[in-house]
Structures are given as C-alpha cells and as structure tokens.
Design a protein around this ligand. Structure first.
Ligand code: AMP
Ligand code: MG
Length: 416
C-alpha cells in the first residue's frame, strides 16, 4: 500500500497540461493563458475626456472665469467637427475625443448656460484649468505592440477585459479539463426519489460534479450505473472519452466491485490500488493512452461519501490543477494548528478527520476543533468542516493545546 504522498506523486507524474487551444473569452475564466498577448491598438486610441463638461483652451481661463461661445456637443462615439478657437468651447461627454486646439476639460459642475443670446454661451467659474486637465492622452494606458499579458497567467475577469480591449475574442489557453463522473451501485437512486428497501440516494454524483466545477473543470454527468458487466463497461468507455474519469464505488473487495477489472479490459493501466489513509483506503488510480489530447486519468473513488470527498480533495483536485496548467495547487500542504480539546485517535492509518479551523486571531496560532464524525459514510460530520485534521497512524491521546497538522478545505469559509 502506498502512502498518501507517494500516491499523489504517482498521480501528478501521469497528469500533464492539456494542449493549448483557442477558447472563446466567455469560457476562458479560470483558464491559464498559453501565449503572450500584444495590443493591436493604442489605448486610449485618441485623446479623450475623463469627465462630462466643456473642452476649452486653458489660456482662455487664466483667471478661472470666462464666458465662452458654445460650438457643438461631442458625445462618446462621435467625432468633433470644430476646432476650439479662442473664446469658444465645446460640450463634451466622458470618453469622447477632445476637439482640436482644446487642451483642458472643465467639469459640468463648474459651468452654467447663459441664456437669452442668439448663440449659447457658457459661463465657467472654476480654478484656472491646468493644460491637460481631465484629458487622458492617446496611448497613456498602453501602446500598440505592448505585451499586456504574459503566457502562464491565470485568466480572471480583469484579464478577460484586457483581452477584449486588445481585440481578442478568443484566448489561446489550456482548455477546460473535461471530467466525467459516474456513480456505481445497484443500491443507488437519484436524489429526487424515495429509496425503496435496501436502496440509498446517490449523494456522490451531485457532490463530485460540484467539486469538479469548483476545481475549474467541466463536469460531464454519466449518472448511475448498475453493478453489471455490460452496462457498466459501456458507461466506463463513455467516460474514457474525457480527460479525467471519476468513478465512485465498486473499487473495494466486494463481489460486485467490478470497476478495476472492467477498466483493465478497456485498456486502462492500473497505477495503484489502495493507499494508507482513512478514509479512502480502496482508492484506485489508472491511466489510459496518450492520444492527441493527452492521457485520460481514471480515479476509482471508494463509494462512501466522505471517502470520495477526501480522495477528491487529496488526489483529483491536484490532477485537475496540473491538467489545467495551473501546477498542482496546494497539494497536500498542511498547516499547524492548536487543538481546542483533547482527542483520542485510533487507527493504523493516517486519518483525515473533519474539523473546524479558526484563524480569526492574527496574533495567535490557529485553533482547530475536531467535529463529531462517525466515519466514511458520515457526510453530516463533514458539512460543518472547513478543514481536515491529519492524525498520524497509531493509537494516541492528543491533549488539548497540542499542535496538529491541518489541511484546509480552502473554498469553505471560516465561519462554518
Ligand atoms: P462501494 O465502494 O461501492 O463498496 O460502496 C461503499 C459504500 O458507499 C456502500 O455503503 C455504498 O452503498 C455507499 N455508496 C456507494 N456509492 C454511493 C453514492 N454514489 N452515494 C452515496 N453512497 C454511496
Ligand atoms: Mg458498490
């Protein structure tokens, strides 16, 4: 049996970033950019007004006050038609191009329209404007040819805005990893059903699909398969078309644990089966082929929901991260925390125990409180957790105040 660290290493050795492809901006959030991106324009592309007001010649306003003849109104999207000669001004909106010969914009709030004359005049009462006031010069933000984003960067909303500004409707990026989720078990019924005798609801399917999405990948729902050779094999074959396949259940030592055998007949090579941890001991991991889009990684997660969840956190998530070009993420990184109460751990395997981590006092070490948890089937004990305490193998009493290692479930908020 492999240790957790060895097993993770095997997983990561087999994961590799998907080949880069053109991805529409609307689907690029969270992906890794795969090229340097240069601008095809100066930005702004012309001198533009930063405020709503009047474009003036600063020289006309050396005392801050003047009555100026109004030439025209320049809206954003329009082009000025008149140069601002001495004694005149043009009304201008935020984002509109500055007319020739104007060199400052006075804010609307410091002006008033003087009525009653044949041509409209504007009275301005302000500080004497600085030349350039309220004008953003052409190219002030960036120049054509500037590299605005470097390859390797995580695409977040600001990056998407930047790509759009420089004319990219698509980004060359590591495409979103497609992850199929298949739940196996004759006892399973969908969440909307009332279980009959001997049946339980499929909690892993929805949970794992959500975990896949949260990890930045695209979930592909393969539903529930019965523990029967033909239909199960067919569904597994379907899942192998994705970059990753997660199968829940059917990887233990039961009579109907058919998954490893069937995967082998489908050309999947076993990398390991069973690891020294609790929950999650029966974890199965294999790889198939290396076609144009890279290898398919297959995780057989034990059916008990907390086992599935913990194996996803420890192994599937880093595999998704690496396949997405993001590195392997936090991996198994743990942080030390002080136990708030005594706890007896029993077991010959390292145990990942649901817990509440509190880091609210920045001057003190984080504290951690183990939750009531009755084992790998107890999802209820997990929902209040924001962390897992990693108790080392062996029977031992941990005293209150002792330091233990904790793995954060980072997406969960502290308050839980
Ligand atoms: P298995 O790994 O198939 O031996 O299943 C181990 C335990 O997990 C059994 O008690 C199953 O009923 C339960 N189980 C398997 N699959 C699921 C699932 N999708 N949702 C909830 N429980 C499951
Ligand atoms: Mg089963």
């Amino acid at each position: 049996m492999l240790d957790v660290d060895e097993a993770l290493q095997r997983v990561l050795e087999n994961a590799r970033p998907r080949p880069a492809a053109r991805v529409p901006l609307s689907d690029s959030l969270g992906l890794i950019l795969a090229e340097d991106v240069a601008s095809d324009i100066d930005s702004p592309p012309y001198d533009k007004s930063m405020v709503d007001g009047y474009a003036v010649r600063a020289a006309d306003l050396v005392h801050g006050r003047a009555d100026l003849e109004l030439l025209e109104e320049i809206m954003a999207g329009a082009v000025p038609t008149k140069a601002v000669a001495a004694g005149t001004c043009s009304r201008i909106m935020t984002g509109a191009p500055i007319p020739d010969e104007a060199n400052a914009v006075v804010m609307q709030e410091h002006t008033e329209l003087i009525g009653g004359t044949a041509r409209e005049r504007i009275r301005i009462s302000d500080e004497p404007p600085r030349p350039g006031q309220n004008i953003l010069r052409k190219g002030a933000s960036l120049r054509r040819g500037d590299v605005v984003l470097h390859g390797g960067r995580l695409i977040w909303p600001a990056e998407i805005g930047m790509l759009a500004e420089v004319g990219r409707a698509e980004a060359l990026a590591i495409p979103r990893v497609r992850v199929a989720v298949l739940s196996t078990g004759n006892e399973l019924v969908a969440a909307g059903k009332i279980p009959a005798a001997g049946q339980i609801r499929n909690s892993n399917g929805p949970m794992l699909l959500a975990a896949v999405r949260q990890a930045g990948a695209e979930p592909v729902d393969l539903g529930i398969a019965r523990d029967e050779h033909a239909p199960l094999r067919e569904r597994l074959a379907e899942g192998l078309k994705c970059d990753l396949l997660i199968v829940s259940g059917g990887v233990s030592t039961g009579v109907l644990d058919l998954v490893p055998g069937l995967l082998t007949t489908l050309g999947v090579g076993e990398v390991f089966h069973r690891i020294r941890m609790k929950p999650g001991k029966p974890l199965w991991f294999g790889v198939r082929g290396d076609d144009a889009t890279g290898p398919t990684l297959i995780f057989g997660l034990p059916g008990n929901p907390v086992s599935s969840f913990v194996c996803f956190e420890l192994f599937v998530k880093p595999a998704i991260a690496k396949s997405s070009g993001r590195g392997s993420g936090a991996g198994h990184r743990t942080t030390p925390a002080r136990l708030t109460s005594a706890f007896t751990h029993r077991g010959d395997r390292p145990t990942y125990h649901p817990a509440v981590l509190k880091t609210s006092d920045p001057t003190a070490a984080p504290t951690v409180t183990p939750l009531r948890w009755v084992g790998s089937a107890d999802l209820r004990g997990l929902v209040d957790a924001n962390a897992l305490i990693v108790f080392p193998a062996g029977d031992r009493l941990f005293a209150a105040g002792e330091i233990v290692e904790v793995k954060r479930l980072v997406e969960f908020s502290e308050e839980r």
